[in-house]
Design a protein. Structure first.
Ligand code: ACO
Length: 361
C-alpha cells in the first residue's frame, strides 16, 4: 500500500477539463490558455467551453446566455430559508444551506442541472447580502450578462464596464483548477452516485477553509490590520515566528509562479488608480516573499492567485463578506463540470493505516 496523507503526488482522476503544469506555471481549460480566455472571452463562453466542450459560435452563445439568464431567479422556499438564518452567520454557510434547499436532483448530473446551480449562486449571495445590509432585494436582470448581473444585484445600480471586465477576468481565471480540495470533494461525492446538489454543497464546505478559498477574506483583513508600510515587517515577523501561515502565499501545485497572479495584479492596479491600498499590497507581497525565504530557506514560496484577487475584488467594491463567496461563483462551474465527468467513474474510497491500540495486544 502507498501511504500519502496529503495526496500531493497522487493522481486520482483522468480529466479533459484542465491542464496544469506546476513547474512551468501553465493553466489551460480544454486546450485554451486561461490568460487568453480571460482577456478575449466573456464568462458564458468559458462556461460553455467547460460544460459543453467547445467555445460557442455567435448563435450558440446567444441562446446559451439566454438559457443561463432564465435560471437566475430564486425559488421562494430558498429565499424563505435564507430569511430564517441569523444575520451573523457567514456567507459560505448561508450559501451551502441555500443550495441544499434546491432539493435533490436526479443522477447523473447534467449540463442543465449545472446551469441551474451556477446561475443561482450569485442570486443567493446577492439576496443574502442585501438582506444583511438591510437593503431591498434586487431581482436578477435578464438583459445583463452573468457577471454584470451579479454586480448589479450586489450594488443595485447599473455596473460600470471597467468593473464588469475586471470581475469577469477574475471569474474566468478561477473557474477551474484540476484536483483542488473543493473539486476533489465534489468528485468524491459524485463517485457515490449522490446528486449534484450534494456535490456542490460539499465543495462549498471545502472552499470555506482558510487554506483554500477562505484565504481571500483573510488576506483583506490582514492588509487592514497591517495598515501601513512601516508596520509590515514587524507584523509579518510576529506572525511567521508564531508559526502562522501568511494567506495568499504558497501553492500546492505551482512551484515558481501562479500564472493567474500577474494579470489579476495588473487589473487590480488599473482599477484602483491612486488608491494607497494597492501600494501597500505590493509592499506586503515583496516583504512576505523576502521573509518567508529568510525563515524557511528550504521551501520555494510564490504569491498565489488569492493575494491580488482579494485586492481586485475590493477594488470592484466588494467587502470581505463577498470575497470567498465570489470565488464560489466561478469555481462552481468547475465543480459541476467535474461532477458530470466523474459520474460514470469508480467509487473513490482510499485506505487508511490504523495506528491505535488493538484488542488484546
Ligand atoms: N506562510 C507561512 N508558512 C507557510 C505558508 C505560508 N503561506 N505556506 C506553507 N508554509 C509552510 C508550512 O507552515 C510548512 O512549514 P513547516 O514545514 O515548517 O511545518 C511548510 O511551509 C510546508 O507547508 P505545506 O502545507 O506542506 O505546503 P504546501 O505547498 O503543500 O501548501 C498551501 C500549500 C496549503 C496553499 C500553503 O502554502 C498555505 O497554507 N498557504 C496559505 C493559505 C493560502 O493562501 N491558500 C490559498 C491557496 S490557493 C487556492 O486555494 C485557490
Amino acid at each position: 500500500m502507498i501511504m500519502s496523507t496529503d495526496l500531493a503526488d497522487v493522481a486520482v482522476a483522468k480529466t479533459k477539463l484542465c491542464f496544469i503544469d506546476g513547474d512551468e506555471g501553465l493553466l489551460e481549460y480544454r486546450g485554451h490558455e486561461v490568460g487568453k480566455l480571460a482577456k478575449n472571452h466573456v464568462f458564458e463562453e468559458v462556461v460553455h467551453l467547460l460544460l459543453i466542450g467547445h467555445l460557442p459560435s455567435v448563435e450558440e452563445l446567444f441562446s446559451f446566455k439566454n438559457k443561463m439568464a432564465s435560471y437566475r431567479s430564486l425559488p421562494e422556499p430558498v429565499k424563505e430559508i435564507i430569511n430564517t438564518i441569523p444575520t451573523d452567520v457567514d456567507m459560505l454557510s448561508v450559501l451551502r444551506t441555500a443550495i441544499s434547499t434546491l432539493g435533490e436532483f436526479s443522477f447523473p448530473p447534467t449540463v442543465e442541472q449545472s446551469l441551474s446551480i451556477c446561475t443561482k449562486i450569485p442570486s443567493i449571495i446577492a439576496y443574502r447580502y442585501n438582506r444583511v445590509c438591510k437593503r431591498k432585494p434586487v431581482e436578477p436582470s435578464n438583459h445583463l450578462g452573468h457577471t454584470a448581473n451579479y454586480l448589479y444585484m450586489i450594488k443595485g445600480t447599473q455596473p460600470e464596464l471597467e468593473q464588469v471586465q475586471a470581475l469577469e477576468a477574475y471569474l474566468i481565471s478561477t473557474l477551474e483548477h484540476g484536483m483542488n480540495p473543493s473539486t476533489f470533494a465534489a468528485r468524491v461525492i459524485t463517485s457515490t452516485r449522490a446528486d449534484i446538489v450534494s456535490s456542490v454543497s460539499a465543495a462549498i464546505s471545502a472552499l470555506k477553509g482558510p487554506l483554500h478559498g477562505g484565504a481571500l477574506s483573510q488576506i483583506s483583513m490582514n492588509l487592514q490590520e497591517i495598515g501601513s508600510k512601516e508596520n509590515t515587517e514587524r507584523w509579518l515577523r510576529e506572525k511567521i515566528e508564531a508559526g502562522k501561515r501568511i494567506m495568499g502565499f504558497g501553492h500546492r501545485v505551482y512551484k515558481y509562479r501562479d500564472p493567474r497572479v500577474l494579470p489579476l495584479k495588473n487589473i487590480a492596479i488599473k482599477l484602483s488608480g491612486n488608491d494607497s491600498k494597492l501600494d501597500l499590497a505590493t509592499h506586503v507581497e515583496e516583504m512576505t516573499l523576502q521573509l518567508l525565504k529568510e525563515y524557511k530557506p528550504n521551501k520555494q514560496f510564490i504569491t498565489n492567485v488569492e493575494f491580488y484577487a482579494a485586492a481586485l475584488l475590493n477594488a470592484v467594491g466588494f467587502d470581505n463578506n463577498l470575497l470567498t463567496a465570489t470565488f464560489a461563483v466561478s469555481r462552481s462551474v468547475g465543480w459541476c463540470a467535474h461532477s458530470i465527468e466523474a459520474a460514470n467513474g469508480p467509487l473513490i474510497y482510499p485506505q487508511s493505516v490504523y495506528s491505535g491500540p488493538r484488542i488484546g495486544l
